[in-house]
Design a binder for this molecule. Structure first.
Ligand code: DGP
Length: 140
């Protein structure tokens, strides 16, 4: 776990933020560079760098808060849907080394983009899929 991050400073009130929710283990606030009105970040208060590093009960807490706040965000900005995403590791574009779930409202105005637009996609044969699935099973 990292000692201190910009987000632990936000939780401690050392850096101002537009906080929308707080409980014992989780915290939610507006993203300073919003991708859409209502773009919110949900974090564990403890600064785990990646989702993979977190204890499962804390992952549960973060996703419980995420579900609750996604509903509130959609209602607040009158969005019919949200994209919920984690950049899980530096190579995935994670800039702040403290797990954060992005809740980004999407609207029915022609601007909505599914996450599939982020990737070019790959063609994999069924035997390759089987091999990958086996590798994932044996790495748990
Ligand atoms: P990521 O690329 O997934 O690591 O996203 C980091 C997000 O954190 C980015 O959308 C901007 C946001 N962010 C960075 N610093 C601050 C800050 O000091 N305050 C707030 N509210 N958001 C921040």
């Amino acid at each position: 776990m990292s000692e201190e991050t910009i987000f632990t400073q936000i939780v401690a009130g050392e850096i101002p933020s537009h906080t929308v929710y707080e409980d014992e283990t989780t915290y939610a606030f507006l993203d300073v560079n919003p991708l859409a009105p209502g773009h919110t970040l949900v974090i564990p208060k403890e600064p785990y760098e990646r989702l993979n590093d977190m204890p499962t009960d804390l992952i549960g807490d973060v996703f419980e808060t995420t579900g609750q706040i996604a509903e509130a965000v959609e209602n607040a900005v009158d969005a019919p849907a949200t994209t919920i995403a984690i950049n899980n590791g530096e190579a995935a574009g994670q800039e702040v080394p403290h797990v954060h779930v992005h809740i980004v409202p999407q609207f029915e105005d022609g601007t909505a983009k599914p996450i599939h637009t982020l990737f070019d996609g790959v063609d994999l044969a069924d035997d390759e899929l089987a091999q990958i699935a086996e590798a994932i099973r044996s790495n748990q």
